[in-house]
Design a binder for this molecule. Structure first.
Ligand code: IFM
Length: 468
């Protein structure tokens, strides 16, 4: 029997959430509408017409939620600021009530010894900016830089790590490509413009934060880099699909952000859509800023194959230049999102990036799984599949560390069940269950398992059931 793994004492364990998914209070405290308010209130855009109007009422229950974080024993909490709550017009004057909400939250975390990791954009763009073109409009990137500067001024001395953007791939390609996310635009050119303006927004925000707080200010970016695998590694057509998807799924961000240029193959693959003339002189220098670390959100691998000529699915895929790529059926267990489970992809992602960018520390800023939980008669929530998912993926991080990858932390997605975007409340990712009638919070077994992990540095053995 091998000895249980122990993580380094300074490894940062946390949980993550996002403003629109948990806060609610959509019209309170001077908050203006975001694109997600508009989108979720548009018939047919979310499952059952769910909205984030109330979400899990975190805006009113944040003190209770901070206590849960303290009880879990996590060292960090990754939250996001709703731009329309702190700057309702997307520019200019700040809404003091909104700023105060986050300021109080950050103070409460610090009082409990929990490091605030603050994301500036987790998809809730002020609607007023979408009315001017949203991320298609270069001006949004410039305004984002100024919003970042304002937040650095307000909270800067108390934030452990700033994250400019969460998953710009989703914001660009689900938001403007296939319209599955707000603002629901379906236009390949718009999605590529959005990707570039998000990259620019990131770079401008990094510079603005460092102008305010000093050159060493801790700033990061969170990407959902895809781990693409060819259905058949010996098939050149499958490998070509991997290359194309990697260009528009990953290197469209890592290229400018980490290497200072868009990859030549991406520009060639998308030449029928755009000549990329929206990339102006100086943009690449603005985007290519040193980072304190890179955040990675990982859920599953993606297996792709050569085009078959068959329709790819009911929902249009969000991949410009890659609409014909085939996704073969994958055997094996699925989460309630319909996603597969393959922790080897996480090790591969971390070791691959660490080899390519040895001076760039990494953090897993999201990882977790949605399952249809059941509440036992005694009120307990035994979620063995989620516990197993966490155990496998934490072990995958351990293997990456063994292989020499510079991984500094891991954040479970999510602290609480919450609004899962177009799936509304029908997908539960929380390690803490939320009763959507009473808003009562109940620790699932996965929360107890995670508590033991983060307080000892050693993953508890499976099978794991909390005795109550
Ligand atoms: O809920 C989302 C989160 O907002 C961004 N990353 C993926 C999660 C699960 O879909």
């Amino acid at each position: 029997m091998t000895a249980p793994r122990t993580f380094p004492a300074d490894f940062l364990w946390g949980t993550a959430t996002a403003s629109y998914q948990i806060e609610g209070a959509a019209t309170e405290g001077g908050r203006a509408p975001s694109i997600w308010d508009t989108f979720s209130h548009t018939p047919g855009k979310t499952l059952d017409g769910d909205t984030g109007d109330v979400a899990v009422d975190h805006y009113h229950r944040w003190q209770e939620d901070v206590q849960h974080l303290a009880d879990l024993g996590v060292g960090a909490y990754r939250l996001s600021i709703a731009w329309p709550r702190v700057q309702p017009d997307g520019r200019g004057e700040l809404n003091r009530e909104g700023v105060e909400f986050y300021s109080n939250l950050v103070d409460a975390l610090l009082e409990k010894g929990i490091k605030p990791v603050v994301t500036l954009y987790h998809w809730d763009l002020p609607q007023v900016l979408e009315d001017e073109g949203g991320w298609r409009n270069r001006e949004t990137a410039l305004l984002f830089g100024e919003y970042a500067r304002a937040m650095a001024r307000e909270l800067g001395d108390r934030v452990h790590l700033w994250t400019t953007l969460n998953e710009p791939w989703c914001a660009a390609f689900l938001g403007y490509g296939n319209g599955q996310h707000a603002p629901g635009v379906t236009d390949d050119l718009a999605s590529l413009e959005a990707a570039h303006h998000l990259n620019l927004a990131h770079g401008l925000a990094v510079s603005a934060i460092r102008e305010e707080l000093g050159a060493d200010a801790p700033v990061s970016l969170t990407l959902n880099l895809h781990v693409f695998r060819p259905a058949d590694p010996a098939n050149p057509g499958d490998l070509e699909s991997v290359r194309r998807m990697d260009a528009v799924g990953n290197r469209i961000f890592t290229g400018p952000v980490l290497d200072g240029a868009y990859p030549a193959d991406l520009l060639a693959d998308t030449a029928a859509i755009t000549d990329w003339s929206f990339v102006l002189d100086g943009d690449l220098e603005a985007i290519h800023q040193p980072l304190t670390n890179l955040g990675l959100n990982y859920y599953d691998i993606s297996v792709v194959a050569a085009p078959t000529g068959e329709p790819v699915g009911d929902f249009p895929t969000p991949w410009p230049g890659c609409r014909d790529v085939h996704y073969p059926e994958r055997p094996g267990e699925k989460t309630s999102m319909g996603w597969g489970i393959d922790a080897t992809g996480l090790t591969e992602l971390l070791t691959g990036l660490s080899a390519r960018y040895p001076d760039l520390p990494l953090m897993v800023t999201e990882n977790g799984a949605a399952f249809d939980d059941e509440v036992s008669p005694d009120g307990a929530v035994h979620d063995p599949r989620r516990v197993a998912y966490y155990a496998q993926h934490v072990e995958a991080v351990g293997k990456a560390l063994d292989a020499g990858a510079d991984v500094r932390g891991y954040f479970a997605w999510s602290l609480l069940d919450n609004f899962e975007w177009s799936f509304g409340y029908a997908r539960r990712f929380g390690i803490i269950r939320v009763d959507y009638d009473t808003f009562a919070r109940t620790w699932k077994d996965s929360a107890h398992w995670y508590h033991e992990l983060v307080t000892t540095g050693t993953p508890p053995a499976l099978p794991y059931t909390h005795a109550g």
